[in-house]
Design a protein around this ligand. Structure first.
Ligand code: 5GP
Ligand code: MN
Length: 353
């Protein structure tokens, strides 16, 4: 099964070989796949002799992914929201920018203008629909993979350095790739392809400790998080006549339960377990915007709904976006009405194919 084009691998190998300041970039509010793929790419650059490689992200990675980041790696990460000058400088000095787990520069928030003005060679390795290929010199884009981590795994395996032997990957890269694939598939709950299981099998054989990864990902949350989940499912979940489940999580409730970034990961999927629910939305108040997560069952497009009504996009059944206050909704209290109106239009006015 040829999922990687060998000419592109040669080009990537050449670009890495010629680079002295490679930078790895991923999307805003990075999740497990974004951080996992970025760390794996960074580790590969290091074994390729690129001692000055860096990772640049808009926001700090969530605490639950801290097990992937040791002290040396922490030194190599520039977080724009904490030190904008350092992050901008890393991009400006870079001669090779490798972008992971997003399809267009605007998904990096404040890094966007810096990336656009950079003259470095740019590579995209991503699994989202509609990649902005024009902005890149080399594109690895495939949507029929579980995650950017999986796609990167196949890319790295095809390089001369790794030569198809997963045990050549640095342990940090192997663990990070397994982590990214695990979070994007909800632990093998969705988007699992034959190539996903092949990757998992090869990484296990190469010595990745999956039990330790699962323990770090799923057994280290705060008590508050579980209690919030109970409150959300019992008191906040609403279901419309069109089979749309939605939850609006305002700032006050987040504060009450001391919710951190990443704590609500996975909650949006839960209402899909109800038979007549076709689509599930989770809206989180965040300053003057509302972050929107959308999941759908097969036959309903979360991506189309996100693009049409929530200023976003993503995958067919897992997408996201944002609503600004007061431009799109007057206040967080008005969000429920917005969802009910627009999802009703979505299901009744022919937006669904
Ligand atoms: P999540 O709900 O986990 O934040 O995001 C689900 C999926 O939708 C992810 O693949 C993410 O990249 C994508 N996504 C989330 N927000 C946006 C957005 O504002 N724009 C686009 N294009 N994709 C988004
Ligand atoms: Mn992803």
């Amino acid at each position: 099964m040829e999922i990687i084009n060998s000419c592109k691998i040669n080009r990537l190998t050449e670009l890495i070989g010629n680079a002295s300041h490679p930078v790895v970039v991923t999307h805003l509010k990075p999740d497990g796949d974004a951080i996992g793929s970025s760390i794996a790419m960074y580790s590969f650059l290091k074994i390729s002799g690129k001692s000055d490689a860096r990772i640049v992200i808009n926001d700090r990675y969530p605490r639950y992914l801290g097990f992937l980041v040791d002290e040396d790696l922490e030194e190599a990460i520039d977080v724009y929201s904490e030190k904008p000058e350092a992050a901008a400088k890393a991009i400006a000095q870079s001669d090779l920018i490798i972008c992971l787990d997003f399809n267009a520069f605007h998904r990096t928030e404040n890094l966007c203008t810096h990336l656009q003005s950079s003259t470095a060679a740019k590579v995209l390795i991503d699994h989202h629909l509609n990649p902005d290929s024009e902005s890149f010199d080399l594109v690895f884009s495939k949507t029929e993979v579980s995650s950017a981590s999986e796609l990167l795994y196949h890319v790295l395996m095809a390089t001369p350095l790794v030569g198809g032997d997963a045990s050549v990957l640095p342990a940090a890269a192997a663990t990070a790739l397994m982590t990214g694939m695990t979070t994007d598939t909800n632990n093998f709950g969705n988007s699992v392809y034959p190539t996903t299981l092949k990757m998992a099998s090869e990484l296990l054989r190469a010595g990745v400790d999956r039990d330790a990864i699962l323990n770090s990902l799923y057994n280290q949350y705060s008590e508050n998080r579980l209690r919030l989940m109970g409150h959300m499912m019992k008191d906040l979940l609403k279901i419309t006549e069109d089979g749309v489940a939605y939850i609006v999580l305002d700032r006050k409730t987040q504060e009450e339960y001391c919710i951190e970034e990443g704590d609500t990961e996975g909650f949006v999927n839960m209402p899909l377990s109800i038979a007549n629910v076709r689509m599930s939305l989770l809206l989180k108040e965040d300053g003057n915007k509302i972050r929107v997560s959308i999941r759908s069952k097969r036959g309903t497009s979360a991506n189309r709904c996100a693009r049409l009504f929530f200023n976003g996009g993503g995958h067919e059944n897992a997408a996201g976006g944002r609503l600004l206050m007061p431009e799109h909704v007057a206040s967080i209290e008005a969000a429920a009405g917005y969802i009910e109106t627009y999802t009703h239009r979505y299901f009744t006015e022919g937006y669904e194919d």
